[in-house]
Structure formats: C-alpha cells, structure tokens
Design a binder for this molecule. Structure first.
Ligand code: ADP
Ligand code: 6PG
Length: 190
C-alpha cells in the first residue's frame, strides 16, 4: 500500500487471449507488489485487492510500532485474503491480490482449493531499504525489512509461481509478467 506511482498505460497486445487467472503478487515489503499489482489488474481488466487493506487494525498498529507479525497475527488476515480470492474465482473474471505471502504455509492457505498462482517479485535488500525509506505515507517502517527477509521462504521450487526481478522499471516488469501469462497457459487444477 502507500504511494503508488502512476505509470504510462502499458500497451498490451492480445489481452483477450489471456484467460482469467487468480494471481497473488507476493514478496517482502517494498518489492513493488502494489505498484505492479494495481497496474496488472488494470491492464487485464481484472479485479484488484490490496492485501494490506485486509489486515486487522491491530496488525497495522503492530507493524507501525516496528514489531514483526507472528503466524497467529497472520492467520485471520490470510483467511480474509483467501475469502476474497474464493469470491473472485466464483465470479470468474480474473483477479490480482497483493499479499506478502512470505511462507509456504501462508501460500497454501491462500491457494487452498483454488486455482491461485503467485507472482514473486524479487529485489536486493539494499534497494528494498532505499525504497522503503523513500516511500511516504505507509505504516510499514524500514526497520522491519530484516524480519521480512528472514521470514521469506523463497518459492524457488514451488509450482504455479511466476518469478520476476523487481529491479527494472514497473512497465517492463508488467510486460514480462503479461508475456509469461500469454506463453504459459496451463491451468492449475488442485
Ligand atoms: N520497479 C520499481 N522500480 C523503482 N521503484 C519502484 C518499483 N516498484 C515500486 N517502486 C517504488 O518502491 C516503493 C515500494 O513499492 P510498493 O509498490 O509500495 O511495494 P510493496 O507493495 O511491495 O510494499 C514505492 O515508493 C514505489 O513507488
Ligand atoms: O506478513 C507481513 O508481515 C505483512 O503483510 C508484511 O509482509 C507486509 O509487507 C506489510 O503489510 C507491509 O505492506 P507492504 O508489503 O505493502 O509494504
């Protein structure tokens, strides 16, 4: 959440050839989940939900105070994220949710009985710190970056994950994701 950069509208060819997908844009704080997620949903005319907005106020206050969330803090939030995805799958239009989804068990909750795929954005720690320091109006303090990085279980060997570097400009990242969606059209059935 927080400052979302307005980007030039990205020209996307053959958007109609991309079937509805249910994507969770994941990664530690500051990777660009919101920036990419908002624009991806807009380009594909899919629904969008900012995962941060589903956190209970107590979680937001905790993070704002510089205290990392525990699993117990995250379960109810992840269930709300799952509920949103479930509703969107039933609608059938395609959807994008931003959610850090740091651990495999969290991703398992999000994709439980749903054809959910993940888009993992990766950015080097030094650059993340700069981005978090420069970002204004966001509850997440840069001091929580080390715990975010320590908690992340990189989904390297997991299926249904699109991996992108978050170091390039947002419009390039967006184009790459859309290219993968166009090329890899194997539906996920659980
Ligand atoms: N690809 C990018 N290149 C440069 N800056 C970026 C990029 N993506 C996001 N940012 C900036 O980095 C900060 C964090 O981005 P944001 O989308 O809020 O990340 P997240 O939602 O993962 O915390 C914001 O100030 C945003 O404008
Ligand atoms: O599980 C968590 O610890 C949080 O969800 C965290 O990962 C998330 O990153 C914050 O909510 C900050 O929001 P941004 O990721 O948008 O900075």
């Amino acid at each position: 959440m927080g400052a979302v950069k307005t980007m030039e509208t990205v020209q996307v060819n053959h958007v109609e050839s991309i079937r509805p997908r249910y994507l969770v844009v994941m990664g530690v704080s500051g990777t660009g989940k919101t920036t990419i997620g908002v624009n991806l949903a807009e380009a594909l005319h899919w629904a969008f939900q900012e995962g941060d907005s589903l956190h209970p106020q107590s979680n937001v206050e905790k993070m704002h105070a510089g205290v990392p969330l525990t699993d117990a803090d995250r379960w109810p939030w992840l269930e709300l994220c799952h509920e949103w995805l479930e509703k969107e799958v039933a609608i059938g239009r395609g959807a994008v949710l931003t959610c850090s989804a740091l651990k495999k068990v969290y991703r398992d909750v999000l994709s439980r009985k749903l054809p959910v795929e993940f888009v993992h954005i990766k950015v080097a720690a030094e650059i993340l710190l700069e981005r978090m320091q420069q970002r204004t109006g966001h509850f997440m303090p840069p001091s929580l970056l080390p715990s975010q990085l320590a908690t992340l279980e990189d989904p390297t060997d997991e299926e249904h994950v699109i991996r992108v570097s978050g170091l390039e400009p947002p419009d390039i990242i967006l184009e790459k994701i859309i290219e993968v969606l166009q090329k890899n059209d194997t539906p996920r059935f659980d």
